[in-house]
Design a protein around this ligand. Structure first.
Ligand code: MN
Length: 485
């Protein structure tokens, strides 16, 4: 159990939470028009007559968006409904020129499924997916350019969305955070959504209620709209749950309402009460036929699915001997996992994992570059590890070689060869250096023999320095012990 317990004056409470996530579909054109979905174009550059809600325009369903939705549904281990219907969700807003959103209501394209989440204590849990439907996005209203005017940008109007609704299965902010990270990872692996919460291509609504431990059923929930980071979602759940407990314990009641979470203050405030909730008057979309999917197409998409993070993680643990933690970090995004796999191929996978998660990630951070801009290729990282495991260079030299690779992008074998960095394992050569250091430092030799044991490290350091860092430290250590004792 990883649930969050809130201790109240009247007893212990548990947190109940469900999420609704809007994911923007990756497709070249919009869901019902041929206009581009390109992010960052000039305002209203990508708007067709359909997106602008011109009278008499008819929507045409983009097959690619349906393909992406099926892929995503399969990634959520969910039922793909061979029959689904589009419906009109009616509401008036300036950035919705049609006066309605084409969505799905009674018959969504994707039914029940689940996503496995991994928690910090090493346990895992399945979060139920209630459904996923597809719909069009609205445009954007811009209120901060002029003091007395609002502007409308319809570039986003009509872009395809997948709305994923979970069951109320979350019992802590941590579980919700783990879910969002896993979902983001899945859609990125599938290349169906870029998962960027800060750009709004993945947006999360959070439903929260509380109940006494052991209580059956659910109490009234409140919804917080468009929380735009994993961290804020977790904060919103915690603060909202605590607010509910406080209201109940002081004799109040929670009303069903829509709230807005303010991350700066760490609290939510009311947006609208239930009596002002929209009545969307859904009805079947008369301009589109029901969506009927062919079994063969679904099967074909299934057969083309990439290996997803859970499967990859399990394989890295089983076949490459990684720890669950390392496998988790390396599998969170597909590019990292693929880079690692290339680097580890034919080499010591655990050591490659250590180098990637240590010096390699630190190098990317320091240079502020992405994986595909890395000067160090996966093949060269693997070769570096081979030089260490093969005792060609010692750990200290490996760090220096890594630095040179990060600057020049060169092959580590070439660097070691050209710069003469091979570790000295020749005992004769090492012995000469050991004898020299002992002869030069009679005072320290005497002190060591009188019981200052920690001087051994100093001697090792001197010999390593004399060898320009190339001596094999294990041999140096052993030889010094023999000579000094
Ligand atoms: Mn929606």
């Amino acid at each position: 159990m990883t649930g969050m317990i809130i201790e109240g004056k009247t007893g212990n409470w548990e947190v109940i939470c469900g999420l609704e996530i809007h994911c923007q579909i990756i497709s070249k054109s919009k869901m019902f028009s041929g206009a581009s979905t390109h992010y960052g174009s000039d305002p209203n550059e990508n708007v067709s007559f359909i997106d602008a809600g011109m009278p008499g325009m008819l929507p045409t369903l983009n097959k690619e968006c349906v393909h992406q939705a099926i892929k995503t549904g399969l990634g959520l281990n969910a039922v793909i409904n061979k029959y689904s219907e589009f419906a009109r969700k009616n509401y008036f807003y300036a950035d919705l020129p049609q006066g309605y959103q084409i969505s799905q209501f009674k018959y969504p394209i994707v039914g029940e499924g689940f996503v496995k989440i991994d928690l910090e204590d090493g346990s895992s849990k399945n979060i139920g997916i209630e459904r996923m439907h597809i719909e069009q996005d609205a445009g954007k209203s811009i209120h901060d350019i002029s003091p007395d005017k609002s502007f409308i940008d319809l570039n986003r109007a009509g872009v395809g969305l997948m709305e994923i609704v979970t069951k109320p299965d979350f019992r802590s902010p941590e579980e919700a955070g783990a879910f969002l990270r896993k979902l983001r990872s899945i859609v990125r692996y599938l290349e169906t959504c870029d998962g960027n919460m800060d750009e709004g291509s993945m947006r999360c609504d959070v439903n929260v209620s509380v109940r006494k431990i052991g209580e059956e059923g659910y109490r009234t929930r409140c919804e917080m709209k468009n929380v735009n980071s994993v961290k804020f979602v977790m904060q919103a759940i915690e603060s909202e749950a605590k607010r509910h407990v406080e209201v109940y314990e002081t004799g109040g009641t929670i009303e069903q309402e829509t709230r807005q979470f303010d991350p700066a203050k760490g609290i939510s405030k009311v947006m609208r009460k239930k009596e002002f909730a929209h009545d969307y008057r859904y009805f079947p979309e008369p301009d589109l036929l029901p969506l009927v999917l062919d079994e063969a197409w679904i099967e074909q998409i299934k057969s083309e699915l990439v290996e997803l993070p859970d499967a990859k993680k399990a394989r890295f643990i089983k076949e490459l001997g990684l720890t669950p933690y390392d496998a988790d970090v390396l599998c969170e995004n597909r590019e990292t996992a693929e880079f690692f796999e290339k680097a580890a191929k034919g080499h010591d996978a655990k050591k490659v994992a250590n180098w990637m998660m240590g010096d390699f990630f630190a190098m990317l951070n320091e240079k502020k570059i992405t994986l595909d801009e890395s000067p160090i290729s996966p093949e060269n990282l693997g070769k570096l590890v081979d030089l260490i495991t093969g005792n060609i260079i010692n750990g200290k030299t490996a760090k220096d070689v890594f630095e040179i690779m990060a600057e020049t992008g060169e092959n580590p074998e070439k660097i070691v060869e050209e710069r003469g960095l091979k570790q000295v394992t020749d005992t004769g050569a090492i012995e000469a250096l050991v004898d020299q250091i002992i002869a030069e430092n009679p005072d320290n030799v005497a002190a060591y023999k009188n019981g200052k044991n920690n001087l051994l490290g100093w001697f090792v350091g001197q010999v390593m320095k004399a060898s320009k860092g190339k001596a094999n430290p294990a041999i140096v250590n052993k030889m010094l012990m023999e000579k000094l004792n």
